[in-house]
Design a protein around this ligand. Sequence first.
Ligand SMILES: Cc1cc2nc3c(=O)[nH]c(=O)nc-3n(C[C@H](O)[C@H](O)[C@H](O)COP(=O)(O)OP(=O)(O)OC[C@H]3O[C@@H](n4cnc5c(N)ncnc54)[C@H](O)[C@@H]3O)c2cc1C
Ligand code: SF4
Ligand code: SF4
Ligand code: SF4
Length: 415
Amino acid sequence: MTKNILQEYGVNPILCCGCGLCEYICPTQAITMKLTATGVFTPNIVVSKCNDCSLCIQVCPSVSFDQMRLDKTIFRKERTPTEILLGIYERAYIGYSVDKEIRSHAAAGGVVTGLLISALDEGMIEGALITKFNVRMMRAESFIARSPNELISGASSKYAPVSIGNALRKIRQEEGCFAVVGLPCHIQGIRKAEALEKNLREKILLHFGLMCGGTPTIHGTRFLLRLLDCTSQDLKDLSYREGEWPGNFSVTTKQNERKRIPLHRYSPIIKAFLHPRCLICWDFTNEYSDLSFSDAFWITNAKKLGTTAIISRTKTGSKLLIHAEQNDMIRLMDMEITDFLKEKKGNLDLKKTNLGLKMMLFKLVGGKPPKLYNYPSLTKFKALSALELGLRFLGYSIINNKYVLRTLLSSLIKL
Ligand SMILES: Cc1cc2nc3c(=O)[nH]c(=O)nc-3n(C[C@H](O)[C@H](O)[C@H](O)COP(=O)(O)OP(=O)(O)OC[C@H]3O[C@@H](n4cnc5c(N)ncnc54)[C@H](O)[C@@H]3O)c2cc1C
Ligand code: SF4
Ligand code: SF4
Ligand code: SF4
């Protein structure tokens, strides 16, 4: 092979979400994920190693995606009108981890970490693919956690690009079953890989899906460090959700000095660094997971502890939840789906409407939109989210064209 097959299919750093599934599936190891100057992971291909098998194209969630086909393979049914927005589901809950250490280390209620520990204790899984932040390399990395301590060390959200190809390969090489935790684009890629590889399908027992409003490029994190007058060389530790819920972007320097920015202040800033691919993303609730998790921001308590909103989609997911509650690992309460729809309306509107407009704007900034099959619902037009979408694309174009919006942002924060 003398051509870069991904480029041939229009995959570039604007379209590629950096999931790393192409790296995972490539039989000749021609693909390596690299963190590029634009601050995102993209595949680097050694064309001389490529045998033109096209597996990387087949697995890629950014080249093409068929909603109805995956619905039928995984859930064996078609969507109801509510499920067009939320994905197919069985029941919805809010909950939290009973263990205070887990809950205080977590992004929301610590249900993800609590359930993983429960599945590990019960011998259901050998380990779980989760994510930690490597301060030395200044990037988020996925790894296989095999003990409760490792699971707790990887708890909480990392608002930076994550590529899972390498860690997923380790799962393929090992005996036993595993859980994976990922964003919607990770889980989409994993489900596509499972359709191609029976072995992977049998090894992944649990797909834990984080709901996702978007991931900033690594420049978002670098910018927050600049606001705190820190360089990556100064760092001993970094967390995006440290302290009392909802938490702070927090760094500890090598001189043991701690510096923080609260989530409500830094969240709008890093959104300006959103990965361009997130601007056309159509999945907020992680529709192909066994269990989907989000922050229940609308539930506050005097002790400032977080709560997780949970959507259970499969029998395996539902059983694990009930089992963990019976074993006193987590507390669960039913959640009215109408409450969830109301609370997450902004996210859902942004992801589930204006498909035509999104794809048009995406082409304008240099991307080739994915081929989406069976997505009739997404053509709905909503003026307010169209305006927000327009502003996001404008923001992206400005930053990308180096009009130094960052200086403006930094003065706004200091106000
Ligand atoms: C980039 C991103 C965007 C999000 N956007 C929203 C949003 O808009 N609205 C909302 O309500 N919730 C959002 N979430 C989900 C929310 O922040 C929590 O992850 C979720 O509520 C689970 O909380 P928990 O306390 O139960 O999980 P925890 O017990 O804290 O466990 C979280 C797990 O996720 C893994 N993880 C962390 N970051 C990543 C990552 N980047 N990629 C893959 N795995 C990761 C951790 O390793 C850990 O295993 C987002 C999360 C991320 C990472
Ligand atoms: S076509 Fe096959 S061999 Fe070539 S890069 Fe893609 S997966 Fe690897
Ligand atoms: S599989 Fe993932 S990392 Fe590879 S090209 Fe597609 S989106 Fe990018
Ligand atoms: S918004 Fe979509 S593409 Fe972006 S990180 Fe989240 S799931 Fe992936």
